[in-house]
Every structure is written in C-alpha cells, then in structure tokens.
Design a protein around this ligand. Structure first.
Ligand code: G3P
Ligand code: CA
Length: 289
C-alpha cells in the first residue's frame, strides 16, 4: 500500500483524533509541497501577464498558474475574469462595448489593451498574452505550468483547442507530460474531456468534492485542487487514499495561501502543492528539503 494510503487508513481509523495531530507531526516523512505562483507572481506584478511569469522566475519559482479563455475570433488568451474591465483599460479604449466580455472582442482588439497600469504605472506596457505567448515565456524560463481552463461553458471546444496550442508549442512531448504540465478546471466535464482527448496529460479538478464522490472523479482527474479554507488533515488524507487515472494517489493543491501561518497549516495537512500570490513567502515558510 502507498504511504499516503496507509496514512489515510490510519486517519480514517483515528477519526477526529487525527485532526488534532500537530501539523509538524502530521507531515513527518512527507514531501515538501510544490509552490505554484498563482496567476504568476501576482502579488508583485499584474496577474496573468508575462511580467508575472518573469517575476516568478526572478524569485526562483518553478511553477506558475494561469487562466485561459477565448476571443471572438478564436484566439486563446490568458485572463482570469470573463470580462476585460478589472485588469485592462477596455472601458476607455472601447467605450460603448459593455459588458466588455472577452468572448466579444477580437484578439487584435485585446492586444491593444493596457493590462498593467491598473496594477502599477511601471507595467503600462503589459498586454493580455495569448496562450502561445504565455507558454513560450514559461518555456524560456524552464518553468512548469498549471493551466486552468476558465469558464469553459462560454467556449465550446476550448479543451481541444487548448491541447492543440500546447501540442504546437511542444508542451505535449514526453518531458512536459512527465513533470511540467497540469490542466485544471472547476468544470468536471472539462477535466474529463481533457483526459479523454489526451490521457497522458495530468489533470486537476478544482473544488472540494465530497469524499463519497472522489472515486468517480478519480477516473479522469489526478488532482483535487481546493480552497485551503475548505480542507482538513482528514480530507487531504481521504483524497490521497484514492487512486487516480494514472495509478497514483490523487494529489491536493491548495489555494490561495499568501501568509506564513496558513502555508504551514496546510503543509501540515499534507497537501502536495500550495498555490499562492506570494510564492517567495510560502516557499520561505516551508522547511527546506
Ligand atoms: O488555481 C486555483 C485558483 O486559480 C482557482 O481560483 O478564481 O483564482 O481561478 P481562481
Ligand atoms: Ca485560476
């Protein structure tokens, strides 16, 4: 039995008592969680821009997370919200185009927008990157990518289109599939579709599904990536006790953790990764490997 499955069984037997085990004891022998820069190093540079990728690299962070959506003319772009208002100057550049949905603008129109000044004047040159531009920059830094397909219900077929861009840019070769790429979504049907189209891609389901439902998600998801506030030592152990589609225990990445105490708390739960706007803070909060 895998060590985590043993731990989970132990936890199940101990029940509530296991939840009272101090964090340091709970993680004895466990690996240090992976640190993932959420939307890039988004506490220090405008989220989901190439600058945020660059900043993560400057901090020595290997993994970045992003959000992928689709323009009116079919280009995949990296942006969190389904509209352009919060993180660009779309309202000024295109007055009268409310509600400024990503899906209602062409790639050329979006490329004109300033995606950095909202964060700081020094980022006025930042643009909304295409997925191609984004993965190429991640590759330049030899980083790894946790790619979220955002709002897939708005973009039928985005799963295959995302995989096509990844393939074209060399991200579906052996080394990338082995350890440099995870595709995640809040929509289980999207995660399932990605798995069915390209079973070798590691996948994550965002959310905190009931333990009773984990078996059916484990058919197509390698990870359960969940809000840190919704989990416990027992929940993480229960996830680890389930085997995923590649014959390994399901993993847990927790989001969005931006302070030392919470990083140590969730590390104590045994999570496999911590998604954070402040990746340097979280990295430095964890014990050295
Ligand atoms: O990767 C987890 C996290 O990104 C999910 O939430 O809203 O920041 O995309 P959100
Ligand atoms: Ca995200």
């Amino acid at each position: 039995m895998h060590a985590r499955a043993v731990a989970a069984t132990t936890t199940a037997l101990l029940g509530t008592a296991a939840l009272l085990v101090p964090a340091t004891d709970a993680r004895a022998g466990a690996e240090r969680p992976t640190v993932i820069a959420h939307r890039g190093a988004s506490a220090y540079a405008p989220e989901n821009t190439l600058a945020a990728v660059d900043t993560a690299a400057e901090l020595g962070i290997d993994w970045v997370e992003n959000d992928v959506q689709r323009t009116k003319d079919g280009e995949l772009v990296v942006l969190h919200d389904d509209n352009l208002r919060r993180t660009t100057d779309a309202e000024e550049v295109f007055p009268g185009r409310a509600p400024w949905k990503v899906k209602d603008f062409t790639a050329a129109e979006i490329a004109r927008l300033d995606a950095g000044s909202w964060f700081g004047p020094e980022y006025a040159d930042a643009r909304v990157p295409t997925l191609k531009q984004y993965v190429d920059r991640v590759e330049t830094h030899h980083q790894k990518l946790l790619l979220e397909i955002k709002n897939p219900e708005l973009y039928p077929g985005i799963e295959s289109e995302t995989l096509k861009v990844l393939a074209n840019e060399g991200w579906l070769d052996g080394p990338h599939l082995a350890d440099r790429l995870i595709v995640q979504s809040f929509r289980a049907d999207t995660v399932r579709t990605v798995h069915e189209l390209k079973p070798a891609v590691k996948t994550g389901l965002l959310g905190t599904p009931a333990v009773a439902d984990l078996d059916r998600y484990a058919v197509f998801a390698d990870q359960i990536n969940t809000s840190y506030a919704s989990i416990s030592l027992g929940y993480v152990a229960a996830v680890h006790a389930v085997e995923g589609p590649h014959g390994r225990p399901l993993e847990v990445f927790a989001w969005t953790v931006n302070d030392v105490n919470t990083a140590r708390l969730v590390a104590g739960y045994g999570v496999d990764g911590i998604i954070t706007n402040t990746p340097d803070v979280v990295r430095d909060a964890l014990p050295a490997e």
